[in-house]
Design a protein around this ligand. Structure first.
Ligand SMILES: [Zn+2]
Ligand SMILES: [Zn+2]
Length: 318
């Protein structure tokens, strides 16, 4: 089968053996997949991963234990836990130290014609959600993780820092939850897009110091955390949604003085993400920069790496 593989070098393989589902796993024909910043980081050596890239996908199950999932259109959670360790017993499967992660840690990903996942990771996609929308379920679930971790009440004053893909999703989720949410970014075109999605946008300098109960940092830069510490009010919360490379972290004294809670936030629940897409409460099709066939996968990865690029989608099979 065709697959976009990284093993120190990014390349399109045309005759890779189809994956064989392990016990409890389904074999899924991939319809479409999304290129994430993590995929780009992996091609720079992040996580030391070698194999098929890709963790944001929608596909059709071709083979499943007992056939229960056969023919269903699905998306899949990316963490595959051991289900027997201390963390798994506590229900924290996403933190299982023995886990594999689709296209990121020890498990071939979805930039291929076929992928396998445990059936417990699968979620059926309702017919009202298009393939392109479904590709956004995984990153949108990561945005919904904020609501799992922090209580957001109607009219809470929230700032999202960063107008990239995740910032545009997180701001929509928070606005839909009833927060008075403002998106801060640097790219005029993306701020315009945010406004067309009904979001309030602002310059960081226009927001009063220590005026927001919740600040969500989606910038992926140390400057984002610095900015967040400036805007968060005493006893407020900062949610960090993106990893920052490098170790030139800011001085954390304001976190102590203002008794700020800092919350790290990663993968999230799929069900509310699917529901929001099905009900049109979050818009994602506007976030698609371009779509490519898998044969043009290298070109697609290059397009995704353009500074400020929105979501690049791979159309893999029909
Ligand atoms: Zn991702
Ligand atoms: Zn475990």
């Amino acid at each position: 089968v065709r697959a976009l593989v990284f093993d120190g070098r990014l390349r399109l393989e045309r005759d890779r053996p189809a994956p064989t589902p392990a016990e409890g796993e389904a074999l899924i024909r991939v319809l479409a997949a999304g290129i994430c910043n993590t995929d780009l980081e992996i091609t720079k050596g992040y996580m030391g991963f070698a194999g098929v890239l890709g963790h944001e996908f929608v596909g059709v199950v071709e083979q499943s234990p007992d056939g229960n999932w056969d023919g269903k259109r699905v998306v899949g959670e990316i963490n595959c836990a051991c289900e027997s360790c201390e963390w798994c017993r506590r229900g924290l499967l996403n933190h299982c130290p023995n886990r594999t992660v689709l296209g990121i840690v020890g498990r071939d990903g979805a930039f291929a014609e076929y992928v396998t996942l445990p059936v417990g990771n699968l979620h059926e996609v309702p017919p009202t959600v298009s393939d392109t929308q479904a590709v956004f379920v995984e990153p949108l679930a990561a945005a919904y993780e904020i609501l799992e971790q922090v209580t957001v009440r109607r009219d809470d004053r929230v700032v999202v820092l960063g107008d990239g893909k995740l910032g545009l999703l997180a701001a929509q989720v928070l606005a839909d939850a009833g927060a008075e949410c403002c998106l801060v970014g640097r790219h005029a075109s993306k701020l315009e897009l945010a406004q067309s999605l009904g979001l309030c946008v602002s310059e960081a300098a226009e927001i009063a110091e220590k005026s927001r109960g919740l600040v969500v940092d989606c910038t992926g830069s140390t400057e984002g955390l610095r900015q967040a510490m400036r805007l968060v009010e005493p006893r407020g919360t900062i949610v960090l949604k993106s990893t920052v490379a490098g170790d030139d972290g800011p001085n954390l004294t304001p976190v102590v003085v203002d008794e700020v809670t800092v919350v790290g936030s990663r993968c999230g629940p799929f069900a509310p993400a699917i529901a929001a897409l099905a009900e049109g409460r979050v818009r994602v099709e506007e976030l698609v920069a371009a779509a490519y066939g898998l044969d043009d996968g290298l070109e697609a990865m290059a397009a995704a790496a353009e500074p400020g690029a929105l979501k690049v989608v791979l159309q893999i099979t029909v």
